[in-house]
Ligand binder design. Structure first.
Ligand SMILES: Cc1cc2nc3c(=O)[nH]c(=O)nc-3n(C[C@H](O)[C@H](O)[C@H](O)COP(=O)(O)O)c2cc1C
Length: 143
């Protein structure tokens, strides 16, 4: 089986995950490359790493996912906000919509990346808003 780890990373968080995974797969037939260089890569299972941009995967990842067909894919991503599994779920769900119907999603993982405190506060606020509106939607008048 051929593996590829294809990642997009602006500030190094997703690259760190991609390289960690690569070091564990080094005995296997596994390519590690950035998303922009990945159009000629051929593998059976793709680990696709993205950084979160406005609530979904970054644009390079979006374009890469849209062109993949009939492969197994494991999605992994990093985000600025990381205290809500529901938030991760939402990001992954939005990202999954770029997968062709022929793709088998074999798994996914998300975690918080390092970022400057001011920017982290901004995303924390956004995620709190999302969390509260979700709670209201679910429990409505009962609260
Ligand atoms: C333009 C821009 C948009 C972002 N949008 C989000 C977002 O919607 N939600 C979030 O949690 N983090 C957001 N982030 C934070 C990054 O996803 C986070 O820092 C990530 O770990 C960066 O990964 P990288 O180091 O691999 O580039 C954004 C960052 C940038 C620069």
């Amino acid at each position: 089986m051929k593996y590829a780890i294809v990642y997009s990373s602006k500030t190094g968080n997703t690259k760190f995950l991609a390289e960690s995974l690569s070091s564990h797969l080094k005995e296997r037939d596994c390519i590690l490359c950035e998303t922009r260089q990945a159009n000629k890569v051929d593998a059976d299972l793709y680990f696709v790493g993205f950084w979160t941009c406005r609530g979904e995967c970054d644009k390079d990842t979006k374009h890469f996912l849209e062109m993949l067909k009939s492969k197994d894919v494991f999605l992994f991503g990093t985000s600025g906000f990381g205290e809500s599994p529901a938030y991760y779920k939402k990001i992954l769900k939005r990202t999954q919509k770029y997968l062709n119907a022929s793709i088998k999603l074999v798994g996914s993982f998300m975690c918080q990346g390092k970022m400057p405190i001011q920017i982290r506060k901004k995303y924390k606020k956004k995620a709190q808003f999302y969390f509260l509106s979700n709670v209201r939607k679910t429990y409505g008048q009962k609260l």
